[in-house]
Ligand binder design. Structure first.
Ligand code: TYD
Length: 135
């Protein structure tokens, strides 16, 4: 299984600039139930440090850059996100950390379900236990 699943978006580019359109079950491989965005990240902070039991997400860096670490409990991989024409698909049961936010970083996240705190696994030891139960 690929840990880093990059989705390359088509863009409409003309002399005015670029436009990317995303539709559920098309470019985004699930029904989109929630959108949120992260911006104004403070210098030196990292985010994430959780996995989801069921929710899938696509993370898109609209501006600036950051580094994403994905971990399936067996392997960890890192990728730099710095292109609004690319999304990272994060499947369920993948631990994610987001590091090295540039000051102008804007991250857009499309999620397959509404916010549910009980979908989060915030403890890494618990994550490893759940992953091993699901092998
Ligand atoms: P969280 O997902 O833990 O952020 P990160 O992983 O980037 O550190 O969310 C931070 C807080 O915001 C947490 O208290 C839950 C809340 N939150 C919502 O209320 N709704 C949402 O859709 C999201 C993503 C977070």
């Amino acid at each position: 299984m690929n840990l880093i699943n990059i989705i390359n978006f088509s863009s409409l580019d003309d002399q005015r600039g670029s436009l990317v359109a995303l539709e559920e079950n098309q470019e985004i491989p699930f029904k989109i139930k929630r959108i949120y965005y992260i911006f104004d990240s403070q210098k030196g902070i990292s985010r994430g440090f959780h996995a989801h039991r069921d929710i899938k997400q696509v993370i898109i860096c609209l501006s600036g850059s950051c580094n994403i670490l994905l971990d399936n409990g067996f392997r960890r991989e890192r990728v730099q996100l710095d292109n609004p024409k690319k999304g990272i698909l994060v499947e369920k049961l993948i631990w994610r950390e987001i590091h090295d936010f540039s000051s102008n970083c804007i991250l857009l996240v499309l999620a397959s379900d509404f916010f549910k705190e009980d979908d989060y696994i915030r403890d890494y030891t618990e994550f490893i236990k759940i992953v091993n139960e699901n092998v």
